[in-house]
Design a protein around this ligand. Structure first.
Ligand code: GUN
Ligand code: ZN
Length: 443
């Protein structure tokens, strides 16, 4: 008898009724005070779900008579947040104080990361970390693992079990870091390629080639990473650049032939679309133009920059030069998993007007840079970070009345920008009633 594959179950449609926030292609907010989001679940045992319709409740329901609907009275449905840069092995060192980046790495970070050679420890932290992300409304992230392949296996496994769209990679660092976290130049690249073969584009997962930063990789390792990135053009690249003045001085000493810190990565072939560089504080306009020309993006990490005293990202210069950026927590240099805390810190950094022009970022722009613009930085526009038809159904349900003060303040909001700003200023994980991953509740 010829083999007949088992039939896929018929697609199922389901509606969610609430206020709905989404964005147009330019990042302008679209808001329905009484909206309906229609989600289709199909295929792969229900692990795949997309938005098929969205708009006012009345108009959308008329197109789907008899639709089963979950009603969320008083709630706001929004795209799941995207965290463009954080480190899962640093979950346990959030809030470790130090005199700046380099002492912080030596004193806390490398010792904490050395524990991730142990697959059991990595699995325990990976599970906690992903629960923490989704609890805070983050449904996609670009994540540093440690230099141990076991740490990547643990995070991919945990993300796969949860059906998350997540990107991670093994840290490459073959010098200027201690035994226990330092890898071998060649073996680090071999391990990266094996992890690409095993995990890259498996369902919703993706691999990021991950040189930690220029000081901890030899020339040979950076060039090898660039070759890998050229050979696998749909992989991601993640690293750090121009975060701290001591770091940038060190890079000048180590790479005297480079025009700038960013140029070190350019020379190694590590600037291209899908390359995301954390911080980008101490850049000049030529660097910013190079980021734009190469299609690379900045992961702006304001709670980390304030905590480590690194400096202030220049939002005006980014806009002037067309450098793409999205928001990131940078846990554990960053102090919170909460996108609300990150957006508020970005607003504070924008206002800082002593070392650069001060400006007031609009609340909807802050929100966009933590959702749709972050998706675009990853080359995932139209896939995640928005609630337009065709997007994957990662969405969050927020309660603007989650605390007495939120209820009081949001009730007085005269327009959408005021409502969003009240949530940014006063919000935290208590705002997040539920995160949906591919239409399914995360908890
Ligand atoms: N630069 C190199 N490594 C790190 C890190 O782990 N965190 C931060 N904030 N900056 C870095
Ligand atoms: Zn970082």
């Amino acid at each position: 008898m010829p083999f007949t594959p088992p039939k896929e179950p018929a697609p199922v449609l389901h509606g969610h009724r609430a206020a709905i926030l989404r964005f147009d292609a330019q990042g302008s907010p679209l808001y329905e005070s009484d909206g309906l989001l229609v989600v289709e679940t199909a295929g792969a045992g229900g692990r795949c779900a997309r938005i098929v319709d969205v708009g006012s409740h009345q108009a959308v329901l008329a197109r789907h008579p008899g639709l089963a609907v979950t009603h969320w009275p008083g709630k706001l449905i929004a795209p799941g947040f995207i965290d463009l840069h954080l480190h899962y092995p640093q979950t346990d060192i959030i809030g470790a104080p130090a005199d700046g980046l380099l002492p912080w790495l030596e004193t806390y970070t490398f010792p904490a990361e050395s524990r991730f050679a142990d697959a059991g420890h990595a699995a325990e932290v990976a599970g906690f970390f992903l629960n923490e992300l989704t609890r805070h409304g983050v449904t996609t992230a670009l994540v540093f693992a440690s230099s141990h392949p076991e740490s990547v296996q643990a995070l991919f496994n945990a993300a796969w079990l949860r059906g998350l769209r997540l990107i991670t990679g093994k840290v490459l660092q073959d010098r200027h870091c201690p035994d226990g976290v330092r890898d071998d130049t060649e073996q680090g690249l071999v391990d990266s390629e094996e992890l690409i073969d095993e995990w890259h584009l498996r369902e919703r997962l993706g691999y990021a080639i991950t040189p930690r930063f220029a000081p901890t990789s030899s020339d040979a390792q950076l060039r090898g990473a660039g070759e890998l990135a050229a050979f696998y053009p749909d992989t991601w690249i993640q690293s750090h650049v121009a975060e701290n003045l001591d770091e940038t001085r060190w890079v000048r000493e180590l790479f005297p032939e480079a025009r700038s810190y960013l140029d070190v990565y350019a020379r190694a072939g590590l600037l291209r679309p899908r390359a995301v560089y954390a911080h980008c504080i101490h850049l000049d306009d030529a660097d910013r133009a190079l980021m734009r020309e190469c299609g690379s993006a900045a992961a702006v990490s304001p709670t980390s920059n304030l905590f480590l005293g690194s400096g202030f990202f220049d939002f005006e210069a980014a806009a002037r030069t067309g450098m793409a950026w999205g928001l990131a927590s940078d846990v554990g240099g960053g102090t919170s998993f909460s996108p609300f805390h990150t957006m508020l810190a970005a607003y504070y950094v924008g206002r800082e007007g002593q070392t650069k022009p001060g400006l007031s970022l609009r609340p909807s722009a802050l929100w966009w840079h933590h959702t749709g613009a972050a998706a675009a930085a990853l080359g995932l526009e139209g896939v995640v970070g928005n609630l337009q038809p065709g997007c994957e159904a990662d969405f969050i349900v927020l309660d603007p009345q989650a605390t007495p003060l939120l209820a009081r303040r949001t009730a007085l909001a005269a327009n959408l920008e005021e409502l969003l700003f009240a949530m940014i200023v006063l919000g935290d994980d208590r705002l997040v009633v539920r995160s949906h991953i591919a239409a399914r509740p995360a908890d």
